[in-house]
Design a protein around this ligand. Structure first.
Ligand code: PXG
Length: 290
């Protein structure tokens, strides 16, 4: 396996980051998780745009332009001769001293891993996930913008521990007001009375690339889609529920806190969105091998 670090491709054994890197010392950095299917990178530009927005928000100079980051991403896949897989693209503040001061880090560290990804078992796509509400709250806008896909994932990790300990596939995270935000690594949607609803970005949801595709698909199908503030009640009483993310794609959720959602089985709107999403991943994207 060849890993991109700061312009070089290194073997896995030699792909190492300094213990003085502020990405490690302070979680001072950002990342993207990107999928590629059938020789094409899915929604590459959207991921690169979000990366640059994350960088801007934390005053981080990536030291490369968007075209160079996109090309490095494609070249990492080529070096590994892959056609299907997952990209982890990480930019850290870089190497500094043992103090918070980011201005003492002269240059950002950029690394890119192209690899396989652990997916939910196929059975979960057919039968649906059971999810539980986590006590750990989504990061507040006043602490660190939840829009920034930063290396500070500890509260999501703690929520994921809660979900896994409860035997659930994913955990629902609320914001400080107790409103539904999203899951630990996925956005959440419900279907009710023929319309799709998902919490607004203001509630602490990440502006997911897959989330945006649900809006496109809803428009295509003529299904109304709204972003109201939502509580758990809305999910308990929904007809259908599904989660979205680069890793999860579109996956049905059939129980929240042991209560069946709708009839407790994946619903028809979810199935239709899953089908269209698979068509998009199979037929669109930036070619890796022109
Ligand atoms: N919310 C959070 C907190 C995320 O981390 C999403 C929503 C969905 O966003 P996208 O843009 O992917 O539709 C994410 C993304 C993993 C993994 O290994 C998690 C994500 C992406 C890729 C892999 O669990 N989460």
């Amino acid at each position: 396996m060849k890993i991109y670090i700061d312009g070089e491709f290194l073997d896995k054994e030699h792909a190492k980051i300094s213990v003085f890197d502020h990405g490690l010392l302070y979680g001072d950095g950002i990342f993207e998780g990107i999928r590629f299917y059938n020789g094409r990178v899915f929604r590459l530009d959207e991921h690169i745009d979000r990366l640059f927005h994350s960088a801007r928000a934390i005053a981080l100079d990536i030291g490369m332009d968007k075209a160079a980051v996109a090309e490095a991403t494609l070249e990492t896949i080529r070096q590994n001769k892959l056609r299907d897989g997952y990209i982890r693209l990480v930019v850290t503040r870089g190497i500094g001293d043992l103090g918070l001061n980011p201005y003492l880090c002269p240059k950002a560290t950029v690394f890119i891993i192209a690899s396989a990804i652990t997916l939910y078992p196929a059975e979960k796509y057919e039968k649906g996930l059971e999810i539980v509400t986590c006590a750990t709250r989504r990061i507040a806008h006043g602490a660190l913008s939840p829009m920034v896909k930063s290396l500070n994932y500890l509260n999501n990790v703690l929520a994921k521990i809660e979900a896994l300990q409860a035997g659930a596939g994913e955990g629902l995270m609320l914001n400080e007001q107790g409103l539904v935000s999203e899951c630990t690594g996925d956005n959440i949607f419900i279907v009710k009375n023929g319309a799709i609803h998902t919490p607004p970005i203001a509630s602490g949801a990440l502006a997911g690339v897959t989330r945006a595709i649900v809006f496109e698909m809803a428009a295509e199908f003529g299904i109304p889609i709204h972003e109201p503030m939502m509580t758990r009640y809305d999910i308990y009483t929904a007809d259908e529920c599904f989660l979205t993310g680069t890793a999860a794609e579109v996956i049905p959720a059939v129980k929240l806190d042991t209560r069946p959602i709708g009839d407790g089985r994946p619903g028809p709107v979810t199935a239709r969105l899953m089908g269209r999403f698979h068509e998009l991943t199979a037929t669109t994207g930036t070619p890796i091998y022109p």
